[in-house]
Design a protein around this ligand. Structure first.
Ligand code: BTN
Length: 241
Protein backbone atom coordinates (compact mmCIF):
# COMPACT_ATOMS: atom_id res chain seq x y z
CA UNK A 1 0.00 0.00 0.00
CA UNK A 2 2.85 2.40 0.79
CA UNK A 3 5.86 3.10 -1.42
CA UNK A 4 8.62 4.74 0.56
CA UNK A 5 11.24 6.95 -1.11
CA UNK A 6 14.24 8.24 0.79
CA UNK A 7 15.83 11.61 0.11
CA UNK A 8 19.08 12.85 1.57
CA UNK A 9 17.97 16.44 1.49
CA UNK A 10 14.96 18.39 0.32
CA UNK A 11 13.40 21.75 1.07
CA UNK A 12 10.25 20.24 2.56
CA UNK A 13 8.94 16.69 2.10
CA UNK A 14 5.41 18.15 2.03
CA UNK A 15 6.31 20.54 -0.80
CA UNK A 16 8.16 17.83 -2.74
CA UNK A 17 5.31 15.35 -2.32
CA UNK A 18 2.76 17.96 -3.43
CA UNK A 19 4.90 18.47 -6.53
CA UNK A 20 4.86 14.70 -7.19
CA UNK A 21 1.10 14.59 -6.51
CA UNK A 22 0.61 17.16 -9.24
CA UNK A 23 2.56 14.85 -11.58
CA UNK A 24 0.15 12.00 -10.75
CA UNK A 25 2.00 10.07 -8.00
CA UNK A 26 -0.20 7.32 -6.52
CA UNK A 27 -1.86 7.25 -3.14
CA UNK A 28 0.48 5.78 -0.54
CA UNK A 29 3.62 7.48 -1.89
CA UNK A 30 5.78 8.34 1.11
CA UNK A 31 8.82 10.61 1.24
CA UNK A 32 11.33 10.46 4.09
CA UNK A 33 14.18 12.97 4.14
CA UNK A 34 17.37 12.90 6.22
CA UNK A 35 17.15 16.68 6.47
CA UNK A 36 14.94 19.51 5.28
CA UNK A 37 16.28 22.92 4.40
CA UNK A 38 12.86 24.58 4.50
CA UNK A 39 10.74 22.36 6.76
CA UNK A 40 7.32 23.90 7.27
CA UNK A 41 4.85 23.95 10.14
CA UNK A 42 1.36 25.40 10.62
CA UNK A 43 0.75 29.14 10.51
CA UNK A 44 3.65 29.66 8.08
CA UNK A 45 6.23 28.66 10.67
CA UNK A 46 9.43 26.75 9.95
CA UNK A 47 10.01 23.25 11.29
CA UNK A 48 13.59 22.80 12.48
CA UNK A 49 14.85 19.74 10.57
CA UNK A 50 18.61 19.22 10.94
CA UNK A 51 20.36 16.23 9.32
CA UNK A 52 20.05 12.84 11.01
CA UNK A 53 18.13 14.22 14.00
CA UNK A 54 14.52 13.51 13.23
CA UNK A 55 11.91 11.71 11.21
CA UNK A 56 10.72 14.03 8.44
CA UNK A 57 8.05 12.20 6.49
CA UNK A 58 5.13 12.98 4.18
CA UNK A 59 2.37 10.65 3.03
CA UNK A 60 0.13 11.12 -0.02
CA UNK A 61 -3.53 10.12 0.22
CA UNK A 62 -5.84 10.28 -2.77
CA UNK A 63 -8.63 10.62 -3.57
CA UNK A 64 -9.93 12.33 -0.48
CA UNK A 65 -12.72 14.68 0.47
CA UNK A 66 -11.24 18.14 1.01
CA UNK A 67 -13.63 18.55 3.94
CA UNK A 68 -11.66 15.78 5.70
CA UNK A 69 -8.23 17.39 5.40
CA UNK A 70 -8.64 19.22 8.73
CA UNK A 71 -9.66 16.03 10.53
CA UNK A 72 -6.71 14.21 9.01
CA UNK A 73 -4.45 16.23 11.29
CA UNK A 74 -6.49 15.11 14.28
CA UNK A 75 -6.49 11.44 13.26
CA UNK A 76 -2.80 11.48 12.32
CA UNK A 77 -1.96 12.85 15.78
CA UNK A 78 -3.69 9.80 17.28
CA UNK A 79 -1.94 7.42 14.83
CA UNK A 80 1.50 8.83 15.70
CA UNK A 81 0.67 8.72 19.43
CA UNK A 82 -0.30 5.05 19.03
CA UNK A 83 2.93 4.28 17.15
CA UNK A 84 4.97 5.91 19.94
CA UNK A 85 2.91 4.06 22.52
CA UNK A 86 4.07 0.78 20.99
CA UNK A 87 7.60 1.84 22.02
CA UNK A 88 6.42 2.63 25.52
CA UNK A 89 6.38 6.38 24.88
CA UNK A 90 3.18 8.13 26.00
CA UNK A 91 2.42 11.53 24.50
CA UNK A 92 -0.22 14.15 25.09
CA UNK A 93 -1.81 16.08 22.23
CA UNK A 94 -1.80 19.86 22.28
CA UNK A 95 -4.60 21.14 20.05
CA UNK A 96 -4.44 20.79 17.23
CA UNK A 97 -1.40 18.99 15.97
CA UNK A 98 1.42 18.80 18.48
CA UNK A 99 2.51 15.70 20.36
CA UNK A 100 3.89 16.63 23.73
CA UNK A 101 5.97 15.13 26.52
CA UNK A 102 6.12 17.06 29.79
CA UNK A 103 4.94 20.28 28.18
CA UNK A 104 7.38 20.19 25.26
CA UNK A 105 6.76 19.29 21.64
CA UNK A 106 8.26 16.08 20.19
CA UNK A 107 6.21 15.94 17.01
CA UNK A 108 4.32 18.27 14.69
CA UNK A 109 1.86 17.40 11.93
CA UNK A 110 0.99 19.42 8.85
CA UNK A 111 -1.85 18.18 6.60
CA UNK A 112 -2.28 20.02 3.31
CA UNK A 113 -4.74 19.58 0.46
CA UNK A 114 -4.54 20.04 -3.28
CA UNK A 115 -6.29 18.92 -6.45
CA UNK A 116 -5.05 17.04 -9.50
CA UNK A 117 -7.27 16.80 -12.57
CA UNK A 118 -10.22 17.87 -10.44
CA UNK A 119 -9.60 15.22 -7.75
CA UNK A 120 -8.60 16.30 -4.26
CA UNK A 121 -5.54 14.81 -2.54
CA UNK A 122 -3.97 15.28 0.88
CA UNK A 123 -0.34 15.36 1.92
CA UNK A 124 0.23 14.58 5.58
CA UNK A 125 3.57 15.74 6.93
CA UNK A 126 4.93 14.35 10.17
CA UNK A 127 8.04 15.62 11.92
CA UNK A 128 9.37 13.82 15.02
CA UNK A 129 12.35 15.13 17.00
CA UNK A 130 14.42 12.01 17.61
CA UNK A 131 17.93 12.98 18.65
CA UNK A 132 19.28 15.55 21.03
CA UNK A 133 20.16 18.50 18.85
CA UNK A 134 21.08 22.15 19.08
CA UNK A 135 17.57 23.63 18.89
CA UNK A 136 17.56 27.36 18.10
CA UNK A 137 17.26 29.54 21.22
CA UNK A 138 13.54 30.28 20.72
CA UNK A 139 12.68 26.57 20.51
CA UNK A 140 14.59 25.52 23.64
CA UNK A 141 11.68 26.00 26.06
CA UNK A 142 9.06 24.48 23.75
CA UNK A 143 10.67 21.62 21.80
CA UNK A 144 12.32 18.41 22.93
CA UNK A 145 13.74 15.27 21.33
CA UNK A 146 12.70 11.77 22.30
CA UNK A 147 16.31 11.14 23.31
CA UNK A 148 16.08 13.93 25.90
CA UNK A 149 12.51 13.20 26.95
CA UNK A 150 12.58 9.42 27.30
CA UNK A 151 16.27 8.54 27.15
CA UNK A 152 16.41 6.56 23.92
CA UNK A 153 16.31 7.17 20.17
CA UNK A 154 13.83 5.03 18.25
CA UNK A 155 15.15 3.73 14.93
CA UNK A 156 13.87 6.23 12.37
CA UNK A 157 12.55 3.97 9.63
CA UNK A 158 11.08 1.52 12.15
CA UNK A 159 9.12 4.39 13.68
CA UNK A 160 8.06 5.52 10.20
CA UNK A 161 6.69 2.04 9.44
CA UNK A 162 4.88 1.87 12.79
CA UNK A 163 3.25 5.24 12.02
CA UNK A 164 2.26 4.10 8.52
CA UNK A 165 0.76 0.91 9.96
CA UNK A 166 -1.23 2.90 12.48
CA UNK A 167 -2.39 5.29 9.75
CA UNK A 168 -3.48 2.38 7.62
CA UNK A 169 -5.34 0.82 10.55
CA UNK A 170 -7.31 4.03 11.02
CA UNK A 171 -10.57 3.48 9.22
CA UNK A 172 -11.56 7.12 9.46
CA UNK A 173 -14.33 6.82 6.88
CA UNK A 174 -16.37 4.73 9.37
CA UNK A 175 -18.45 6.53 12.00
CA UNK A 176 -17.54 4.07 14.77
CA UNK A 177 -13.85 4.33 14.02
CA UNK A 178 -14.06 8.15 13.94
CA UNK A 179 -15.76 8.10 17.32
CA UNK A 180 -12.97 5.92 18.76
CA UNK A 181 -10.29 8.18 17.30
CA UNK A 182 -11.97 11.27 18.72
CA UNK A 183 -12.27 9.57 22.11
CA UNK A 184 -8.54 8.84 22.12
CA UNK A 185 -7.74 12.37 20.89
CA UNK A 186 -9.80 13.79 23.80
CA UNK A 187 -8.20 11.41 26.29
CA UNK A 188 -4.74 12.53 25.19
CA UNK A 189 -5.61 16.23 25.08
CA UNK A 190 -3.35 18.42 27.20
CA UNK A 191 -5.30 21.52 26.12
CA UNK A 192 -8.81 20.80 27.42
CA UNK A 193 -9.33 21.98 30.98
CA UNK A 194 -6.62 24.63 30.73
CA UNK A 195 -6.54 28.39 30.41
CA UNK A 196 -5.37 29.17 26.85
CA UNK A 197 -4.41 32.10 24.67
CA UNK A 198 -6.17 32.03 21.30
CA UNK A 199 -4.56 33.77 18.36
CA UNK A 200 -7.05 33.75 15.44
CA UNK A 201 -5.77 34.03 11.85
CA UNK A 202 -5.28 37.75 11.27
CA UNK A 203 -7.16 38.60 14.47
CA UNK A 204 -6.36 39.75 17.99
CA UNK A 205 -5.28 37.36 20.71
CA UNK A 206 -7.57 36.70 23.67
CA UNK A 207 -7.62 34.50 26.76
CA UNK A 208 -10.18 31.73 27.24
CA UNK A 209 -10.78 28.43 28.99
CA UNK A 210 -10.53 25.31 26.79
CA UNK A 211 -13.71 23.34 27.47
CA UNK A 212 -13.86 20.45 25.01
CA UNK A 213 -13.07 19.04 21.56
CA UNK A 214 -16.03 18.95 19.15
CA UNK A 215 -16.67 15.94 16.90
CA UNK A 216 -15.16 17.79 13.94
CA UNK A 217 -11.92 18.34 15.86
CA UNK A 218 -12.59 22.00 16.67
CA UNK A 219 -11.69 23.36 20.10
CA UNK A 220 -14.56 24.78 22.18
CA UNK A 221 -13.47 27.62 24.46
CA UNK A 222 -15.25 29.86 26.97
CA UNK A 223 -14.22 33.49 27.15
CA UNK A 224 -14.05 35.57 30.33
CA UNK A 225 -17.47 37.13 29.51
CA UNK A 226 -19.08 33.68 29.30
CA UNK A 227 -19.28 33.25 25.49
CA UNK A 228 -18.57 29.80 24.05
CA UNK A 229 -16.58 29.94 20.83
CA UNK A 230 -15.62 27.25 18.34
CA UNK A 231 -11.99 27.41 17.18
CA UNK A 232 -11.22 25.56 13.95
CA UNK A 233 -8.04 27.29 12.83
CA UNK A 234 -5.48 29.59 14.33
CA UNK A 235 -3.06 29.11 17.16
CA UNK A 236 -3.85 28.15 20.72
CA UNK A 237 -1.17 28.25 23.39
CA UNK A 238 -1.54 26.92 26.89
CA UNK A 239 -1.11 29.46 29.69
CA UNK A 240 1.18 28.45 32.51
CA UNK A 241 -0.71 27.43 35.67
C1 BTN B 1 3.89 22.06 12.97
O1 BTN B 1 4.68 21.97 13.90
O2 BTN B 1 3.08 23.03 12.89
C2 BTN B 1 3.86 21.00 11.92
C3 BTN B 1 5.24 20.50 11.59
C4 BTN B 1 5.23 19.48 10.48
C5 BTN B 1 6.64 19.10 10.11
C6 BTN B 1 6.67 18.03 9.06
S1 BTN B 1 8.31 17.42 8.79
C7 BTN B 1 7.79 16.58 7.36
C8 BTN B 1 6.82 17.49 6.65
N1 BTN B 1 7.53 18.43 5.79
C9 BTN B 1 7.36 19.69 6.19
O3 BTN B 1 7.85 20.68 5.61
N2 BTN B 1 6.59 19.74 7.27
C10 BTN B 1 6.17 18.42 7.69
Amino acid sequence: MYEIKHLEETGSTNSELKRLALLGAPSGTVLIADRQTAGRGRMGRTFFSPGGSGLYMSVLLRPISLADVGLLTTFTAVAVARALSRLGVETGIKWVNDLMINGRKVCGILAEGGTYEGEPFAVIGIGVNLKKTAFPEELLPIAVSLEEAVGFVPERDGLAIAILEELEAVDWQKAQSRAELMAEYRRRSVTVGRQVRVLPHGGEAYEAFAESIADDGALMVRTADGCTLKISTGEVSIRPI
